[in-house]
Design a protein around this ligand. Structure first.
Ligand code: FAD
Length: 776
C-alpha cells in the first residue's frame, strides 16, 4: 500500500480533488491520512493459458509497483466495462487456429467489431496491448492486431506501444522487455490522466483534447505517483530480485520457504529416488563437477566447467549479478489422503463431453524404410450421432502421459508409495496471487496417479517463473545458482539453448538438479493442463458412414546429449504403442481379422470455414504435402459421392498439390488419389518428391515449386474464377513457403509490388477463399 502522506502536498491536493470531482476514477482513497492505490485493468484472452499466465503475472506484480490491478478474462464481460473505463487497460491476447481469437475472447472481438459502433465509442479509453502469436502461421498475432486496430478506429488511445511476441522464436524475446517498460508507461498514463483531470476540474481545460490521454503519454514525467517510486525502490527488489554472483548464493531461503506439509513436500535434497532417471544425467554432472575451478559445491569441492551445459555455466554468466523474476506467490494447499483409489488409474474420468470410441482399423501408410512413419486410424463413431463431422473438421484425441514417465515423476517426488492416495487441492487462504483458483482441470476425488496421468502436462517445458520457484526448494548452492541463472535476464540465451530449444521436460530438469525437491503443490501450480491433440478428419461421412479416419506421423524427438535415447511425441507415440499389435500395411488385406483394438477418447472440433466451397461449380485448389493431405481425402471422398448423387450438376475443377520424400516410400493415399483422377473427381494431381528425381534438372521438389510451374492456372482459379485455395500441414516451413510463393505469383500476374500483392492475398483470406489448416 502506498501512503499518501508521503506524496508532495501539491500532488495530494490534485489527487484528492480529482477523486472527489470525478467519480469514475476508482482510486482507493480513505480518510486522511489516506492510502492511494492507482488502479488499472488487465484483460486477457487465452487459448492455452500463456496469455492468461502473463496477465496474472502483471496483476501480481502490480502491488509491488504501488498499483492495483483488476484482472479479468475477456469473456467475463460482467466484470469490466470498457464503455465507462477511465483507468488504463492492458490487453494480453493470443491468437489461435487460422488467426482466430481464443475461445474466451471471441465474443469480445465480435462486440467491438460491430459496424454500428460510433467512431468515438472509446475516446475515453487508454490502453496498451501485448499480442502473442507465432510467425510460423500466416496470420501472426491476428487477434491482437484486430483488437488494436478496432480500438483505434473507435477512438481509444494507446499509452504504450503494442508488443507482438512470436512463439516461433520465443515469446520472451518480446514479452520480457515489454513487461519491463509497462510499469513506467502505466504510471505515466495515470499521472497524465490525473493531471488532465485536475486541470480540467480547476478550469484549466480550455482544450478539449486534454480529456483524453494521447499516445505520447509514456514520455510524461511522473508527478502524482512520485510517491510510488519510493515504494517501488523497495518492491523492485522483490519483483525483480538481484542475485549477486555465485559465491553469495546460499540456501537460507530454502528452509525458510519450504512450508508444505510432510505429505506434500519430501523436503530439500531428497535422494533422486530413481536410478534410471539419474543415469541419464550422470555423465553431464560428473564432467561438470569433477574438474576443480572457480566454483565450489556445498561440500567444498571446487568446480570448473569444461563447457557450458544445462547444469553448468561459464563466465561471464557465472560471474554475473543476476536479475531474476519475482518469486511467484504460492496459492495452493495440497494434501494426500489415505483413501485407496486404485480403480481409477486406467481411464479418463471426465466423460460427459467426450466420446470413448473404438479404433476399428490401423494402417501404416508409409513403407518400413520411410524416414517418417505415417499411420491411418479408423474410429467407429457410429454409436455417437454427436460425432457427425464434415470434411475439414478436426477432433481432439485425449491421451495420457506415458506410464513410465508418471512412475519416474512419482519416484522423483518420493511419492511413489502414495500413488493411490486421494489428492485434495484447495486455495491457500493467505495467498497473494491475484484471481487465484484451483485449476479447473483437476477433478475432485482423484488419486495422485490419476493427477499425473491425465491432468498435468508433465513433459511441458518449465517456464522461467517455475525455475524461479524451484530455486526455493533446491538444497545445493551450485544448483540453486544455475537455476537462478536460467530464469534470469542475463541467462536468457542459456535458457533458450538448454531448456526451450531442447523441449526439456520438467522431469528431465529435475533429474539434472538432484537436490531440487519441489512440493507437490508447486508442480500443480506450475504444470499446465495436459492438452488433447487435434487431428484433421481424413474421410467423409458420406463415403464411410459411422467411421472417422485420421492420419498422423509418429513424432520423433531425436537423441541429444540430455536425452540420449530420443523420444516419441506424447500422443502419436501413445497411439502407435496402442495400435501396433493390430497394424496392417497399406495395400495388405485391411479387412482381415485384427486383434481387439483399443478405445480412445475423442471430442469433435467443428471448423466452420475450412470446407469445400458450398457452390459445387466453384473450382478449388488443395495444397497438402505429407499428412497435410488428410482433410483433402475427406474433401475428395465427399466430392465423389456428390458427383454420384447429382450427375447433372456442374462441378468446378479440383487441383491437389501433394509432396513427399520418395514416390515408393511415403506417397500417402497414392491409389486412392489416382482413383479420384480416373473418376474425374480430381481434375489435376500435381505430385513432387523432394528426395527422388534429383538428377533431372528443373524437376519440382516442393509443392510451392509445382504451384509456380502451374502459376497461370492457379492465378486464374483464384483471381478470375473466384475459386478457393486450401493449405494444410506443416506450419513451420511449408505454409510459409507457399504463402511467399503465392505473393510472388500475384506480383507477376497482376504486375504489382510486394505490398499490393500481400494486400491481394490478405483480401483472399478475408473472403475466406485462402484458408489454412496448419500445425507446427
Ligand atoms: P508432442 O509430444 O506434443 O510434441 C510435439 C511438439 O514437439 C511440437 O510442439 C513440435 O514443435 C515439437 N517437435 C516435434 N518434433 C520435434 C523434434 N524432432 N524435436 C523437437 N521438437 C519437436 N497432426 C497430424 O499428424 N495429422 C493431422 O491431421 C493433424 N491435424 C491437426 C489439426 C489441427 C487443427 C492442429 C492444431 C494440429 C493438427 N496436428 C495434426 C498436429 C497434432 O495435433 C499433434 O501436434 C502432433 O500429432 C504431435 O502430437 P504429439 O503429442 O505426438 O507430440
Amino acid at each position: 500500500m502506498v501512503v499518501l502522506g508521503l506524496v508532495a502536498v501539491h500532488s495530494i491536493a490534485r489527487a484528492v480533488q480529482w477523486h472527489i470531482t470525478h467519480d469514475l476514477c476508482k482510486y482507493a482513497v480513505c480518510s486522511m491520512p489516506c492510502e492511494v492505490k492507482p488502479r488499472f485493468v488487465v484483460l486477457y484472452g487465452s487459448q492455452k493459458g500463456q496469455a492468461q499466465s502473463i496477465a496474472e503475472g502483471v496483476a501480481e506484480e502490480a502491488e509491488e509497483h504501488g498499483l492495483t490491478a483488476e484482472l479479468c478474462c475477456l469473456k467475463q464481460n460482467e466484470r469490466y466495462n470498457l464503455e465507462k473505463e477511465r483507468a488504463p487497460v492492458v490487453f494480453i491476447v493470443s491468437t489461435t487456429g487460422d488467426g482466430e481469437p481464443p475461445d474466451n475472447a471471441l465474443q469480445f472481438v465480435r462486440r467491438i467489431k460491430k459496424k454500428t459502433l460510433p467512431t468515438d465509442h472509446y475516446t475515453h479509453l487508454c490502453y496498451a496491448l501485448l499480442a502473442l502469436g507465432d510467425t510460423n502461421y500466416a496470420n501472426f498475432c491476428n487477434c491482437g492486431k484486430t483488437i488494436e486496430s478496432r480500438l483505434q478506429e473507435l477512438g481509444a488511445k494507446q499509452f504504450y506501444a503494442a508488443g507482438y511476441a512470436d512463439d516461433g522464436v520465443g515469446l520472451e524475446v518480446v514479452v520480457d522487455p515489454w513487461l519491463e517498460g509497462l510499469w513506467k508507461a502505466i504510471k505515466a498514463a495515470l499521472s497524465k490522466m490525473a493531471s488532465d483531470r485536475a486541470d480540467y476540474s480547476t478550469g484549466e481545460a480550455g482544450d478539449s483534447s486534454k480529456d483524453a490521454p494521447d499516445s505520447s503519454v509514456p514520455d510524461v514525467q511522473l508527478s502524482l505517483l512520485s510517491i510510488t517510486d519510493q515504494q517501488n525502490c523497495k518492491s523492485a527488489n522483490s519483483s525483480v530480485e538481484t542475485v549477486s554472483t555465485f559465491s553469495s548464493a546460499d540456501s537460507s531461503s530454502v528452509s525458510a520457504s519450504t512450508t508444505q506439509t510432510a505429505v506434500t513436500d519430501p523436503g530439500p535434497a531428497s535422494p533422486l529416488g530413481n536410478d534410471r532417471l539419474a543415469s541419464q544425467f550422470h555423465d553431464a554432472a560428473s564432467v561438470s563437477t569433477s574438474k576443480p575451478g572457480t566454483q565450489t559445491t556445498d561440500a567444498g569441492v571446487p568446480l570448473v566447467a569444461l563447457a557450458a551445459s544445462l547444469i553448468f555455466s561459464l563466465p561471464p554468466l557465472s560471474d554475473s549479478s543476476l536479475n531474476v523474476p519475482a518469486l511467484p506467490p504460492p496459492y495452493l494447499d495440497v494434501s494426500l489422503q489415505e483413501v485407496d483409489l486404485m480403480e481409477q488409474t486406467d481411464g479418463l474420468m471426465i466423460k460427459d463431453t467426450l466420446f470413448e470410441v473404438p479404433v476399428s482399423k490401423a494402417v501404416q501408410l508409409t513403407r518400413g524404410d520411410s524416414v517418417k512413419t505415417a499411420l491411418l486410424l479408423e474410429l467407429d463413431v457410429s454409436a455417437y450421432p454427436m460425432m457427425t463431422y464434415q470434411p475439414g473438421d478436426s477432433f481432439d484425441v485425449f491421451c495420457p502421459n506415458r506410464a513410465s514417465e508418471v512412475e519416474d515423476m512419482l519416484h522423483r517426488l518420493a511419492l511413489h508409495d502414495k500413488r493411490n492416495h486421494q489428492v485434495n487441492v484447495s486455495l491457500r487462504t493467505d495467498t497473494k496471487k491475484k484471481a487465484a483458483q484451483v485449476p479447473p482441470y483437476i477433478p475432485q476425488n482423484i488419486s495422485l496417479l490419476y493427477l499425473f496421468t491425465w491432468c498435468l502436462e508433465i513433459r511441458s517445458v518449465p517456464k522461467k517463473a517455475f525455475l524461479r520457484a524451484l530455486v526455493e526448494h533446491t538444497g545445493d548452492s551450485v544448483q540453486r545458482r544455475r537455476l537462478q541463472e536460467l530464469c534470469s535476464k542475463q541467462g536468457a540465451a542459456d535458457y533458450n539453448l538448454y531448456v526451450r530449444d531442447q523441449s526439456l521436460s520438467v522431469l528431465e530438469l529435475l533429474a539434472a538438479f538432484p537436490s531440487c525437491s519441489p512440493p507437490l503443490s508447486l508442480l500443480i501450480e506450475h504444470l499446465p493442463k495436459l492438452q488433447p491433440r487435434p487431428y484433421s478428419a481424413a474421410s467423409s461421412g458420406l463415403r464411410h458412414p459411422g467411421k472417422l479416419h485420421f492420419v498422423f506421423n509418429v513424432v520423433e524427438f531425436p537423441a541429444c546429449s540430455l536425452r540420449p535415447a530420443g523420444k516419441q511425441g506424447l500422443c502419436t507415440g501413445w497411439l502407435f504403442d496402442l495400435i501396433s499389435p493390430a497394424l496392417v500395411f497399406s495395400g495388405m488385406d485391411e479387412s482381415s481379422s485384427t486383434p481387439d483394438l483399443p478405445k480412445i477418447h475423442v471430442k469433435l472440433r467443428p471448423n466452420c470455414s475450412f470446407r469445400p466451397p458450398p457452390d459445387l461449380s466453384v473450382p478449388f485448389i488443395m495444397v497438402g504435402p505429407g499428412t497435410g493431405v488428410a482433410p483433402f481425402i475427406g474433401f475428395l471422398q465427399q466430392r465423389e459421392q456428390e458427383k454420384q448423387e447429382k450427375p447433372e450438376a456442374t462441378f468446378g475443377e479440383t487441383w491437389l498439390f501433394f509432396g513427399c520424400r520418395h514416390r515408393d516410400r511415403d506417397f500417402l493415399f497414392r491409389e486412392e488419389l489416382e482413383g479420384f483422377v480416373s473418376s474425374g473427381t480430381l481434375s489435376h494431381l500435381k505430385v513432387c518428391f523432394s528426395r527422388d528425381d534429383q538428377e533431372e534438372e528443373g524437376r519440382p521438389k516442393y509443392v510451392q515449386d509445382n504451384l509456380l510451374i502451374n502459376r497461370q492456372h492457379v492465378m486464374e482459379v483464384l483471381l478470375q474464377q473466384k475459386g478457393y485455395l486450401f493449405v494444410c500441414g506443416d506450419a513451420e516451413n511449408m505454409a510459409k513457403d507457399v504463402n511467399n510463393t503465392l505473393i510472388e505469383m500475384i506480383k507477376a500476374e497482376l504486375q504489382v509490388d510486394q505490398l499490393d500483392a500481400m494486400k491481394t492475398l490478405a483480401g483472399l483470406r478475408e473472403e475466406k477463399r485462402y484458408l489454412q489448416d496448419i500445425w507446427g
